[in-house]
Ligand binder design. Structure first.
Ligand code: SAM
Ligand code: SF4
Ligand code: SF4
Length: 377
């Protein structure tokens, strides 16, 4: 077997921060990148730690006891995150998703949610504030999250079968606790709830139909199950194309038992293609990151746990905003930098994936991309 790539927190050189003249930076127009995509969606990673070891994300043999996680002093504080979020919102961000690692492991995460939920867009509207979690701590925390101002949650769940689920999280964590977390989130009013299932051929494809059957009957159709193609994120998961199950196959498999009809996208930049059950009992989504790129309207920017921004899930370099924050930059300087970073953005990794073999090193190893657990999904 080829040697594993040694994991990085992120020791790559940062991309230089853009230097803009006053005239370039703070115009009134909508902020757009070089492909005319607006910046509307911010994903904030609040921790690089996780209590699961999903092999497609944080494989145990890499993220073991010798792995160097970020020290607490490196993490953005809640005040720093909120200050940056406020500047992002002034630049057009409407939706904030907290992620990680496992975001519910960050101590007092409700305090951050309280601060973020108080932010308003320039026209005075509240943000769309949500969180992606593995669900392990949700039963315990759902009510406090709702009380703090969280609107909804996305829960990752790859199997209903307990043995398969325990194997996939690789921490022997029981599926019943995640299912209890989903129910608690529903009861707390954190809906509509999305449940994300990464489908890996040869690992959990047999769970597609049981998952569809279970969630279409859940809470009166207010839980939406989405199937995600296994992606080549990071450099440690040993991704192989033959383990990707194309969404078209997932849809065909569900349609044999439950006829489906396509639905239109609910919002521009929507990553999922939606399908309704023909009998009117709910819907599913498929996220075809590998077989059908959706870069052309990707409006997402990712802020890492230690304050670097990444313009794409597959980026190899980030832009360090923490040094600006801690160096005393005022909000205008932060805004100017953010505008500079976004206006220079040209990323569209998935669209270019077909020719991507060029990225690979001579020994076939993956490029030193940032890990998903570091910048969040
Ligand atoms: N720990 C939380 C969770 O699992 O929901 C939040 C962080 S996790 C990195 C965010 C999402 O990324 C999860 O839904 C996870 O299934 C997905 N993900 C991680 N690695 C992936 C991969 N290689 N391909 C597709 N999705 C992946
Ligand atoms: Fe943890 Fe989420 Fe990654 Fe699984 S997908 S290892 S739960 S961060
Ligand atoms: Fe957005 Fe990059 Fe994913 Fe394309 S590959 S949709 S640009 S994050």
């Amino acid at each position: 077997m080829a040697p594993r790539v040694i994991p990085l927190v992120d020791q790559r050189r940062d991309a230089p921060l853009p230097v803009l003249g006053d005239a370039d930076a703070l115009g009134d127009g909508v902020l757009q990148d070089r492909r005319r995509r607006p910046l509307t969606d911010l994903r904030i990673s609040v921790t690089d730690r996780c209590n699961f070891r999903c092999s497609y994300c944080m494989p145990k043999e890499v993220f073991d006891k010798n792995h160097a996680y970020l020290p607490h002093s490196a993490l953005l504080s809640f005040e720093e995150i909120t200050r940056l979020a406020r500047v992002f919102v002034a630049q057009g961000v409407r939706k904030i998703r907290l992620t990680g690692g496992e975001p519910l492991l960050r101590k007092n995460i409700e305090h951050l949610i309280e601060q973020l939920s108080a932010l308003r867009t320039p026209d005075g509207s509240p943000l769309d504030l949500t969180l992606t979690t593995n669900g392990s701590l949700l039963a315990r925390k759902a009510r406090a999250l709702k009380a703090a101002g969280l609107q909804r949650v996305t829960v990752s769940l790859d199997a209903l079968d307990d043995a398969i689920f325990r194997r996939m999280n690789d921490m022997d964590f029981p599926v019943a606790d995640v299912l209890a977390g989903i129910d608690a989130a529903h009861e707390a009013g954190l809906g509509p709830i999305k449940v994300n299932m990464v489908v890996k051929r040869g690992t959990n494809e047999q769970e597609i139909l049981p998952m569809a059957r279970h969630f279409r009957q859940r809470h009166g159709g207010s839980v939406v199950l989405r199937f995600i193609e296994y992606m080549d994120v990071g450099a440690t998961n040993g991704w192989r194309m033959d383990e990707v199950m194309p969404s078209a196959e997932v849809v065909a498999r569900i349609a044999t038992d439950f006829p489906l009809r396509p639905l239109v996208a609910s919002a521009p930049g929507e990553t999922a293609q939606r399908w309704a059950y023909a009998d009117g009992r709910g819907e599913i989504g498929v996220i075809s990151s590998v077989t059908r790129a959706f870069c052309s309207d990707c409006s997402r920017l990712r802020l890492s746990t230690e304050g670097r921004v990444y313009l794409c899930l597959f980026a190899t370099q980030g832009h360090d905003l923490r040094q600006l924050l801690r160096g005393g930059a005022d909000d205008e300087a932060l805004a100017r930098t953010i505008r500079g970073i976004w206006t220079q953005r040209d990323d569209r990794y998935s669209e270019l994936r077909a020719g991507r073999q060029a990225d690979r090193a001579a020994d076939g190893s993956a490029p030193r991309r940032v890990e998903m657990s570091y910048i969040g999904g």
